[in-house]
Design a protein. Structure first.
Length: 137
């Protein structure tokens, strides 16, 4: 398999503590404690839910699983006494409109979770290395 590189650029928007993440022609506004932008915690939850949904839509026929519709509820919990900057727990609930058995639904969701790159990155240690710091005048 060929090596792939994924890139996102994050820039300020000119507003205090508001940033824009851009990949290709897509942009997401991020800000802490804002009603007009997603927080970094919410962005992680969005990425996880979207990734699992994409996996489901991409592989349901291959896995012989049919559904009419579905939606995810993804919830991040951060306890008040937590010393870590990230969330302490993430809960994922999927709601399926399907005629498949409960067992087959569980099996398909296990497949989706094991195939989702975001889930893989959240549950397995991925080395993150700063590749540079530039001072721009």
């Amino acid at each position: 398999m060929a090596m792939e590189t994924f890139k996102v650029q994050v820039t300020g928007t000119g507003r205090p503590n508001e940033y824009q993440a851009a990949v290709r022609d897509f942009k997401v506004k991020l800000a802490p404690d804002s009603t007009s932008a997603a927080s970094s915690h919410e962005a992680i939850l969005q990425a996880l839910g979207a990734c699992e949904a994409i996996v489901m839509a991409s592989f349901n026929k291959q896995q012989d699983f049919t559904y009419r519709d579905f939606y995810y509820t993804v919830e991040g919990i951060k306890t008040g006494d937590s010393e870590r900057p990230g969330m302490d727990r993430i809960g994922v609930a999927v709601h399926l409109n399907t005629d498949e058995s409960k067992q087959k639904c569980h099996e398909f969701m296990d497949f989706a979770e094991n195939t989702c790159p975001v889930m893989d990155n959240l549950t397995n240690t991925v080395p993150v290395k700063r590749t540079g710091v530039a001072v721009v005048s």
